[in-house]
Design a protein around this ligand. Structure first.
Ligand code: COA
Length: 263
């Protein structure tokens, strides 16, 4: 995949780590329909690329990660079009959540509305201390449509989620850390370095075990506790069939670092 394939995204590869940068800085990287479709295509390509083990999402410019869905498009949408728009956004974010590889959101500025929803669909969120997060849809007389009402509630709990959804307030990265909306806060200068360091760590782990952990957590949340336990046990059994399981256990016993191949 080359950058030239996309108008609104930049895609870089550094070994096993791919970085997707939203690149519409003039509109604070707002997600229009074209960008959402490019993101869908980029995620699918990286999902099926065995050389890629971790993906980082970030925004171009200093101001924004993604400042939401493109309000120019929302302003003219019809009821049927609005429903379709939400379903498409939900589908693309679900693809991210279920791509089977960790996706790190490196939140370099505003992550509002669809931008906050996008960050929440990622596996781990690292924010610059200058970032602002929130679900300001209520201020436009609308509601979140990329599953923000659901992911926010699951991530920070009903009380904090309802306050953010109903006030539309932007919160600081520090406050987002306090309520569990982001995992870490770093200085802007350290943001990409921290994201890459974490990506390298995750890229060194056994890819099939990573995929199963993601599956156990994400699929498990849709199941009863007992069903989720059974699903976990099945994945625990399946992972025993991998070369990586043999390598990991052998390396431990031989007191050396394991080298995982994703097989
Ligand atoms: N959709 C479309 N355009 C957007 C946008 C969005 N979600 N967010 C920002 N922009 C555009 C602005 O219209 C402006 O365009 P212009 O230069 O042609 O006037 C440009 O990006 C810069 O934004 P601006 O508002 O001038 O920057 P600011 O620093 O004063 O404010 C924000 C930054 C993020 C607080 C403000 O842009 C904002 O509230 N954006 C909308 C956030 C939102 O409601 N998102 C949810 C959408 S469902």
């Amino acid at each position: 995949m080359t950058d030239g394939a996309f108008e609104n995204l930049l895609v870089d590869r550094d070994g096993a780590v791919a970085t997707i940068t939203f690149n519409r800085p003039k509109v604070l990287n707002a997600l229009n329909a074209a960008t959402l479709d490019e993101l869908r295509r980029a995620i699918l390509a990286l999902k099926h690329d065995d050389g890629v083990r971790v993906v980082i999402l970030t925004g171009s410019g200093e101001k924004a990660f993604v400042a939401g869905a493109d309000i120019n498009e929302i302003a003219v949408q019809t009821p049927a079009g609005g429903r379709e728009h939400a379903m498409t956004g939900q589908h693309v974010l679900d693809l991210i959540e279920h791509m089977g590889k960790p996706v790190i959101a490196a939140i370099n500025g505003y992550a509002l509305g669809g931008g906050c929803e996008l960050a929440m669909a990622c596996t781990i969120r690292i924010a610059a201390d200058t970032a602002k997060l929130g679900q300001p849809e209520i201020n436009l007389g609308i509601i979140p449509g990329y599953a923000g009402t659901q992911r926010l509630t699951r991530l920070v709990g009903r009380g904090a989620a309802l306050e953010l959804l109903l006030t539309g307030d932007q919160i600081s990265a520090g406050e987002a850390l306090r309520i569990g909306l982001v995992n870490r806060v770093v200085t802007p200068a350290n943001l990409m370095g921290e994201a890459r360091k974490l990506a390298q760590t995750l890229a060194s782990k056994a890819p099939i075990a990573i995929r199963y952990i993601l599956d156990a957590v994400h699929s498990g949340l849709q199941m009863s506790f007992r069903e989720a336990e059974i699903h976990e046990a099945t994945l625990f059994g399946l992972v025993s069939a991998t070369d990586d399981m043999r390598e990991g256990t052998r390396a431990f016993l031989e007191k050396r670092k394991p080298e995982f191949k994703g097989k």
